[in-house]
Design a binder for this molecule. Structure first.
Ligand code: NI
Length: 180
């Protein structure tokens, strides 16, 4: 039986900063891990999750493409993803399930990228994505190398925190970054 995955937060920074290992064989254990990642992602307000975020240092991420079209697709597992080619860096939205409630519009990510990965059965494939989907793949591959989205902020970046107010959920600018 699978252990219920627990999301790691910045207090587990050492684990989030550890480089993940390549998946060599698609064992049952790997299949279970992919399912755990998908199940966990579906219960969270995010579009991607990487194995190290649940404490497993294997090069597997799950992503939900289609945010630009306004409809997120079912989670797709990318095993051993490698970015092959990237477009120019552009500022965009970013947030991370390991840093809940904090978001930014000032992360530098490629406007498009081409990547190679293996699917759930281990079959290799290549894909080109752009916009939010490209930022998403870039963000998740970063997790496999121990890189956090805060490392990718542009100079003078602004961070926002979501807070519950009388008018409901609101995004508030964190003007004092040192208080983080
Ligand atoms: Ni993340």
């Amino acid at each position: 039986m699978a252990i219920k995955p627990v999301l790691l937060y910045p207090q587990d920074e050492k684990k989030l900063r550890t480089r993940s290992q390549k998946v060599k064989k698609m064992h049952t254990e790997v299949q279970t891990l992919m399912q755990d990642l998908k199940d966990t992602l579906l219960t969270k307000p995010g579009a991607g999750l990487a194995a190290p975020q649940i404490g497993v240092h294997k090069r597997i991420v799950v992503v939900r493409f289609g945010q630009d079209e306004g409809e997120m697709q079912a989670p797709l597992a990318l095993v051993n993803p490698v970015i092959l080619e990237t477009g120019p860096l552009t500022k965009g939205f970013d947030g991370c399930l390991s840093l809940p409630r904090i978001s930014t519009w000032d992360t530098l990510r490629p406007a498009w990228l081409r990547f190679r990965a293996q699917d759930e059965s281990g079959k290799p494939f290549e894909m080109k994505v752009e916009g939010i989907d490209a930022a998403l793949v870039h963000h998740e591959v970063d997790h496999l190398d121990g890189i956090f989205f805060l490392d990718r902020l542009s100079g003078g970046a602004k961070l926002y925190i979501s807070m519950t107010t009388e008018e409901g959920e609101k995004l508030v600018l964190l003007d004092n970054l040192s208080s983080l």
